[in-house]
Design a protein around this ligand. Structure first.
Ligand code: E4P
Length: 218
């Protein structure tokens, strides 16, 4: 499973991408609103740091306006991936853009039926929102398991499952177990995955023992 970073924070993106931990970025209108940055400028900046897919979401509800928005966003960089909502107009946009050779991420997917249609429309990625299903008492990971199973029945489906709305490390591990192709995670969650109390404890013990040797590697 690959990792995308679910953020528009350039410092986080730079630091984590430099280590090769990040293969792409997802943004959403809420992230842009929170950061207060200019959307198009920030997408351009992110695309210079990350060579992989960078999701930028169209915001209009209708196909014609979405398409004009997508044209503007696509002009920013080749790795801009248009995030289209899981609506009829969004699927229509998906088909148009994929036929033009663009990458499309069909977002706000909450059912296997929606994931099937996203694949039919040729989506590069489908984004099932695990955490938001958990929020309403459903089991978000079951959706990932189901979509994986369904997609695996049809060798013609090339759509990648992009597990989204992951807010905790166990959700990420469950997504990997479910066979998600990619997980998009907030920087804090990716950083949490690095650490373990026993790693810290072991390191402290090794450091103390090393000091006892009186040696220096340098
Ligand atoms: C990513 O593409 C999604 O927009 C994001 O993961 C949604 O996360 P949220 O449910 O925490 O807003």
């Amino acid at each position: 499973m690959k990792f995308f970073l679910d953020t528009a924070d350039l410092n986080d993106i730079r630091e984590l991408a430099d280590v090769g931990l990040v293969h792409g970025v997802t943004t959403k209108p809420s992230i842009i609103a929170k950061s207060g940055v200019d959307f198009k400028t920030r997408i351009a900046e992110i695309c210079k740091v990350v060579a992989g897919p960078v999701s930028a979401e169209v915001t209009a509800p209708d196909y014609d306006t979405m398409r004009r928005e997508a044209d503007v966003l696509c002009a920013i960089a080749d790795n801009v991936t248009i995030k289209a909502p899981m609506t009829f107009d969004g699927l229509k946009l998906c088909r148009t853009l994929v036929d033009q050779g663009r990458m499309v991420n069909v977002t706000l997917c909450f059912s296997s039926a929606q994931a099937l249609l996203a694949a039919s429309a040729g989506a590069t990625f489908v984004s099932p929102f695990v955490g938001r299903l958990d929020d309403i008492g459903e089991v978000g990971n079951d959706l990932l398991i189901d979509i994986r199973h369904i997609y695996d029945q049809d060798p013609d489906i090339e759509t990648l499952i992009l597990a989204s709305s992951l807010r905790q490390v166990p959700q990420v591990i469950d997504a990997a177990r479910a066979g998600a192709d990619v997980a998009t995670v907030p920087p804090a969650v990716l950083r949490q995955m690095i650490g373990h109390p026993l790693t810290d404890k072991g390191l402290a013990a090794f450091t103390a023992d090393w000091a006892k040797t009186g040696q220096s590697i340098l």
